[in-house]
Design a protein around this ligand. Structure first.
Ligand SMILES: [Ca+2]
Length: 85
């Protein structure tokens, strides 16, 4: 019981560290686009990046008109995998 708890906690910490470093990799571009620094890229801010405008409708996963970090990160992953084709 106690050991499995430690394993779960360790796995969670490892997963968090992984996603944090993945986010750090994306953050430069994200921060650059997030002109007002509110942690979201609005469609106005996205206009600075033609590629992002092109992908906007697929990138805005929850259709709230803003890209949060997770959505931006998912887009970067998608663009990377598209390139590999
Ligand atoms: Ca959104």
């Amino acid at each position: 019981m106690k050991i499995s708890h430690v394993i779960v906690t360790t796995a969670f910490v490892a997963a968090s560290a992984f996603s944090a470093s993945a986010l750090a990799g994306e953050s430069a571009k994200f921060s650059q686009l997030d002109a007002d620094g509110n942690g979201m890229i609005s469609s106005d801010e996205a206009a600075a990046d033609p590629k992002l405008v092109e992908e906007w409708s697929t990138a805005d996963l929850n259709k709230d008109g803003q890209l949060e970090r997770a959505e931006f990160s998912a887009l970067e992953q998608k663009m990377k995998s598209d390139k590999g084709k």
